[in-house]
Design a protein around this ligand. Structure first.
Ligand code: LMR
Length: 343
């Protein structure tokens, strides 16, 4: 019995040694394998590739391929192919996608502060918008959705919004009773109610059909989106109103980003910085070229407002600010106004 017990004990000791050695060996093997595993970043967005955002996403992919190929792979899904407006932020929080760049108008569930960007006639021009987003206040605001797990990596510009319908919109009264598609923003809702119109929240991917079939009468968007989504083909009249801005937040899942190996995260941050600067240029160019393309098509009449006409739109819509100034911060509004004065 004693003999048997000793031999059992030896066997057990041997087994333990064997298990320990295997664990060590696995550990040695596991670390190079784990670090060799490619990190996949899915970037889902709703515009076509031939837009400032679409080009920005492709440039991001290109620079990551060049500098981090083998370590990080970017997959870009444009045109609401993978996720539309609402679903993308949910997918981001589930880490099913890692990058998105929705309009700041689409984040009301995650932060009320980004509604600042929707205030009608707040930003004088894209330069004033960039001045604000580059400022200390603008940079602080980029972190507004972090509490909800959404990390802002940068602001991406699209540009100034124009307004269109199937009749000329010259005075605010011309918008009365018309159904306008809006992004999911209560500021934009209030803006159209201020001119007695009927705003309808709707996903970007549905706008063309809704215009074509008369489900809605009009819409507001930038020249880039009016051109790339062909809204001008189904709107007889477009007014150069420049009444609002379309600005994106390039966002990621905070836990995913913070969990990246430091050296990789630093390189990605650098790439984001470079791409963001390029997107500004893409957007400024698109505003000019796309307006020209739309004008040349002859499919929509483009209307320019006199100063007096523009002033009427301003006085009809600007009272909306008072409803939202506590929510978006009077100090932020004041900071934008300083940028307007400089630009
Ligand atoms: C819209 O919904 O009109 C825009 O936000 C689409 C976009 O991403 O430019």
């Amino acid at each position: 019995n004693l003999y048997i017990n000793i031999s059992e004990e030896n066997k057990m000791k041997k087994n333990i040694k064997l298990i320990a050695a295997t664990v060590v060996a696995m550990g040695l093997l596991a670390s190079p394998i784990a670090s060799a595993k490619e990190i996949v970043i899915k970037f889902s967005h709703v515009t076509t590739e031939a837009t400032p955002k679409g080009k920005g996403a492709m440039l991001f992919k290109k620079l990551v391929d060049e500098r981090l190929g083998g370590k990080v792979r970017v997959e870009v899904y444009p045109s609401s192919q993978l996720y539309g407006d609402k679903a993308v932020l949910k997918a981001l929080l589930l880490n099913d996608v890692q990058l998105a760049a929705p309009s700041l108008s689409k984040f009301s569930k995650y932060t009320k502060q980004w509604a600042l960007f929707d205030l009608p006639f707040l930003f004088k021009n894209p330069q004033a918008l960039n001045c604000f987003t580059d400022s200390a206040k603008g940079q602080a605001l980029l972190g507004a959705a972090e509490r909800k797990g959404i990390k802002g990596l940068g602001y991406w510009l699209n540009g100034m919004k124009q307004i269109s319908a199937n009749h000329a919109l010259i005075n605010p009264e011309d918008a009365k009773g018309l159904k306008f598609r809006i992004m999911s923003s209560d500021v934009l809702k209030a803006q159209f109610e201020a001119v007695n119109a009927n705003p309808q929240k709707m996903a970007f991917s549905e706008v063309y059909n809704a215009l074509a079939t008369g489900v809605i009468d009009g819409q507001e968007n930038t020249w880039s989106n009016i051109r790339s989504k062909k809204f001008f083909e189904v709107q007889k009249d477009t007014t150069i109103s420049n009444h609002g801005v379309l600005e994106y937040a390039l966002v990621t899942n905070k836990r995913f980003w913070n969990g990246l190996p430091t050296d990789i995260r630093m390189q990605l941050d650098q790439i984001v910085k470079e791409v963001t600067a390029q997107v500004t240029q893409f957007a400024l160019d698109a505003a000019v070229k796309d307006m020209q393309t739309v004008a040349d098509s002859g499919k929509t009449n483009i209307h320019t407002l006199t100063d007096a006409q523009k002033e009427q739109w301003v006085s009809a819509m600007k009272p909306v600010w008072a409803q939202f100034e506590d929510q978006v911060g009077k100090d932020n509004i004041a900071a934008v106004q300083q940028c307007n004065a400089k630009n």
